[in-house]
Design a protein around this ligand. Structure first.
Ligand code: ADP
Ligand code: ADP
Length: 224
């Protein structure tokens, strides 16, 4: 069955209709690209699926549980324990070293420092950034920083990784390296990926594409 399913999602910001009947589904371990032009509602869809934004109408089921029936504490517990997030840029804490950044979600869950940093280093090795453990985010390149951010998003073993334009600030070579390692790592750990992008060559790393236009989404597999 599906891990995350949404139907009939509507969301308006005043007069602006961001989502107008969008639907979505993802199976465990699947990599799904959410595509569409700027302003079509991709980020809003991702924020609804992740329980960050509450839709005006529609249903979202995670593992059979209705997000709308959870309270804020339950939704935030879900985000902390089951979801990981990667954004375009600016997500690492500049005062912490790279390994401290990757270890942070584990530290916040109460894992002792030594154990947290050991697990963090294992993930950094998979993302090929373990050499950067002692550096601060300001001392690494954009592509390296995004790989550190991916390691941090995966360090807790989430069932879903939400990635919103994770290569948006990178040149194509670095972007491809990030996508290769992101999808490889997610696949090897059975983590499903919801990948928001407007670039076809980034979406090429997915198993399936969903296209959003004017707040309506269509599963390309059902069309072709
Ligand atoms: P995309 O990610 O495809 O660029 P978004 O989901 O960010 O699209 O935005 C869809 C529409 O909703 C746009 O017109 C955007 O300006 C608007 N929008 C998104 N978030 C907000 C918000 N918090 N307040 C007001 N308008 C918003
Ligand atoms: P992205 O680059 O991923 O589409 P944005 O820069 O559009 O993200 O949006 C960043 C944040 O601002 C998001 O939380 C989004 O919901 C919000 N946002 C987007 N458009 C608007 C808007 N027109 N007014 C207010 N907030 C917005």
């Amino acid at each position: 069955g599906s891990l995350l399913v949404a139907e009939g999602l509507r969301k308006a910001y005043g007069p602006t209709v961001a989502l107008d009947g969008a639907e979505f589904s993802i199976h465990p371990g699947e990599v799904v690209a959410v595509m569409g032009p700027s302003g079509s509602g991709k980020s809003t869809l991702l924020h609804c699926l992740a329980g960050i934004v509450t839709p005006d109408a529609g249903t979202i089921l995670y593992d059979g549980r209705d997000l709308a029936r959870m309270n804020d504490a339950q939704r935030s517990a879900l985000r902390r324990s089951e979801f990981g997030f990667v954004f375009q840029f600016g997500q690492l804490v500049p005062e912490l070293t790279c390994v401290e950044n990757v270890a942070l979600p584990l530290r916040l869950n109460g894992t002792p420092r030594k154990k947290a940093e050991q697990t963090a280093l294992e993930w950094m090795r998979r993302l090929e950034v373990h050499d950067l453990a002692g550096k601060r985010p300001g001392e690494v390149s954009g592509g390296q920083g995004q790989r550190v951010a991916v390691a941090r998003a995966l360090v807790t073993g989430p069932r879903v990784l939400f990635a919103d334009e994770p290569t948006g600030a990178l040149d194509s070579l670095n972007g491809e390296r990030v996508m290769e390692l992101l999808t490889e790592s997610a696949r090897s750990s059975g983590t499903a990926v919801v990948l928001v992008t407007h670039e076809a060559r980034v979406a090429a790393y997915s198993d399936r594409e969903i296209v959003v236009r004017d707040g309506k989404s269509r599963d390309m597999e059902r069309i072709v």
